[in-house]
Write a protein that binds this ligand. Structure first.
Ligand SMILES: [Zn+2]
Length: 194
């Protein structure tokens, strides 16, 4: 009897834990991306583009986390993991341009992993990923669309003001925001984006 109760409790807790981040079948994940492409046309365009052109990407995985969490993450095995909740029930402060920035941030992590195989400095990794997203969204700006770059700079600025120093993103941003690299992007926007 006791074992049965333990077993029931185990399943309740175990299944709760796994429900908060539900892994989604790849086919379904790609279908969700396609379906949401009318809401996120730039994201979908860049998603398809990097999927075809970036050899560092070994694949995409999809999961649903209705507690929101973050829209994406990257892992050392070359996989970008996308949280489909952000495409189905998009939080108010997320939209197409911001998701493009997130996508390039994650691709930046994949570049960091392959260039720094022995280095596990998470703060440097975040800094690299943020700078990478600025570089790639500047390319989009050079082709006439400044919005992703401007949006990236805006949210980086905002997040750099956070007091959460446990967060590697925040620590990286505090190092970056007054540095020459971010300044060069800000002045690029000032001169080229209206
Ligand atoms: Zn990151």
């Amino acid at each position: 009897m006791k074992t049965a109760i333990k077993l029931v409790l185990f399943f309740i807790f175990y299944t709760n834990a796994s429900f908060s981040q539900l892994i989604i079948d790849k086919k379904e994940g790609f279908a969700i991306m396609r379906k949401s492409s009318y809401k996120f046309p730039k994201f979908f365009r860049e998603f398809q583009y990097i999927n075809k052109t970036e050899s560092r990407i070994k694949g995409f995985n999809f999961f649903r986390d209705n507690n929101a969490g973050s829209p994406a993450k990257a892992s050392k095995d070359g996989i970008i993991h996308l949280n489909v909740s952000f495409f189905e029930n998009t939080p108010v402060d997320y939209e197409d341009n911001r998701l493009v920035v997130v996508l390039y941030h994650e691709l930046g992590h994949l570049y960091y992993f392959t260039n720094n195989t022995n280095d596990n400095n998470r703060e440097d990794n975040e800094k690299f990923a943020f700078e990478f997203s600025l570089k790639r969204t500047k390319n989009l700006a050079l082709f006439g669309d400044c919005q992703p770059l401007k949006t990236g700079l805006k949210y980086m600025q905002q997040r750099s003001l956070s007091n959460d120093l446990q967060d590697q993103h925040v620590r990286a941003l505090k190092r970056m925001m007054n540095g020459p690299i971010v300044k060069s992007y800000l002045s690029f926007v000032e001169q080229n984006c209206h």
